[in-house]
Design a protein around this ligand. Structure first.
Ligand code: ATP
Length: 452
């Protein structure tokens, strides 16, 4: 942001405003010396032209804003639809998506044409206004002076006037350029003003090693003042090395609990302790290094397999030995070696060249590489074929051996991997025994998604 602002400052201020202002004051002084009366008349033209420039500036700003919005709408649409192209085809929706695309593309084309027209016309309109003003002034000056001026004074006055107009014109152009760029700057500021929902303390502590003991005490949370409580005085103690399965109805608050542990939000009341330290007193970076997340919407970036697994060290140096170990533990090594370039294979945008199960195993390998003591596994609801599912489950089982695991589970097999099973419904937790889970009544209450 700062380089952009300093560049704008340099263009507008140092290259236009400062020399312009110097020239303007020199010419105005010269004119005042030659004839104060004529200078006063000339000065009257200036507010008129300034108003015209201001009006044109405002129009340019509006048109530029429309152009920015139209391109933003188009790119948002493409970002949404291109990754879901399989869904579009499966629903025979190519034609309707084509129409939607055409509509947005046309709107973008029109908005940009309008902007180009305005950009081309503005300097001409300003020129016409200036020369109109200048002509009026010349005629006015001759009429007012009625021969009291000698020809040298008139020439000198007019020359000063021409040189006076030039910097005003420059400032007008700079003003229009500023107005044209204003919507883009507004959007940049909007983005940079997106505030984090949590605040890191100045004296926050660094967690070097973590055993993995997690405690939620009296935690209440809602997403906004007007919204209902998602968690209501919830208490939960997960001992280091334990695996806890969290089940519950959709919208019951399971993901919210995980978000609070990652400190994406702070609880309304109560607190969360990690190895008996309140996470609000811990460096965010260090907290999130020790708490790994394998979420249900697996995120795979375009890049190589190795880069996706060693994501934590992407900007430093990826440890290839560690990548391969993580892939072996995640049951991913075998399929990776069969890819055209093994670990160096490009997986395509959003991992488009991989199957659902392969993506999930890559995400698990990434979590293993991260070396977090605590893992949150948000099990994918989408079904995999039985072989893939078995490979993913085996990988998850390996993970539970040496980590504290909170698994948001949707399948009975995953639930049964856990040491304890907790049902989260209506903001409250209830511990379930394995036998009660197999009881149909509780199973229905817990979640329709659990296949029992
Ligand atoms: N960012 C948000 N802003 C406002 N409300 C939210 C937000 N995220 C979740 N909610 C609401 O909070 C409640 C709990 O959502 P949460 O995602 O924790 O449920 P869940 O148990 O994980 O559901 P699922 O099993 O369907 O993933 C829901 O009513 C949801 O609509």
């Amino acid at each position: 942001m700062l380089p952009i602002l300093s560049m704008l400052f340099s263009i507008l201020y140092e290259q236009t405003v400062v020399p312009g202002a110097l020239q303007l004051s020199a010419m105005a002084t010269q004119m005042l010396v030659i004839s104060p009366a004529l200078s006063a008349i000339s000065a009257m033209v200036i507010p008129g032209t300034s108003l015209a420039i201001a009006y044109l500036g405002e129009r340019t700003r509006k048109i530029s804003k429309e152009a920015h919005l139209s391109v933003a709408n188009l790119s948002a649409y493409l970002n949404e639809v291109l990754p879901a192209i399989l869904f579009v085809k499966a629903n025979n929706a190519e034609l309707s998506e084509n129409v939607r695309f055409q509509r947005l593309a046309n709107a973008d084309l029109l908005a940009h044409l309008k902007k180009k027209k305005m950009k081309a016309l503005t300097p001409q309109i300003i020129q016409i206004i200036y020369f109109g003003g200048l002509f009026t002034l010349c005629v006015g000056s001759l009429v007012v002076s009625r021969g009291s001026f000698d020809s040298r004074s008139i020439v000198s006055f007019m020359t000063s006037l021409v040189f006076l107009v030039e910097p005003i014109q420059d400032v007008g152009k700079a003003f229009n350029e500023w107005k044209q760029g204003e919507p883009a700057i507004e959007r940049l500021f909007d983005l940079s003003n997106l505030k984090s929902k949590v605040i890191e303390k100045q004296d926050a502590i660094e967690l070097e090693t973590v055993k993995g003991d997690v405690k939620f005490y009296d935690v209440s949370f809602r997403y906004g003042d007007e919204r209902p409580l998602v968690l209501n005085k919830l208490n939960l103690h997960i001992q280091a090395g334990e695996t806890v399965a969290l089940i519950g109805p959709s919208g019951g608050g399971k993901t919210t609990l995980a978000k609070l542990l990652l400190r994406l939000y702070d609880p309304l009341s109560g607190g969360i302790l990690l190895d008996n330290k309140n996470i609000q007193n811990v460096h965010l970076e260090s907290l999130r290094r020790h708490v790994g997340l394998v979420s249900q919407d697996v995120t795979i970036f375009s890049g190589t397999v190795a880069e996706n697994i060693g994501y934590k060290d992407l900007t430093t140096k990826i440890d290839m030995e560690k990548v391969q170990m993580a892939a072996r533990d995640a049951n991913a090594d075998e399929f990776i070696r069969m890819l055209p370039k093994g670990y160096e294979t490009d997986v395509g945008p959003r991992g488009s060249s991989l199957s659902g199960g392969q993506k999930q195993r890559l995400a698990i390998a990434r979590a293993i590489y991260q070396d977090a003591s605590i893992l949150i596994l948000d099990e994918a609801t989408s079904a995999l074929d039985s072989k893939s599912e078995l490979l993913v489950r085996q990988a998850l089982e390996k993970l539970t051996k040496n980590h504290t695991v909170l698994v948001i589970a949707h399948r009975l097999e995953t639930v049964l991997m856990a040491n304890r099973i907790l049902l989260l419904a209506n903001g409250e937790l209830q511990e379930l025994s394995r036998s009660s889970l197999l009881n149909e009544r509780v199973a229905n209450m817990a979640s329709n998604e659990i296949v029992i």
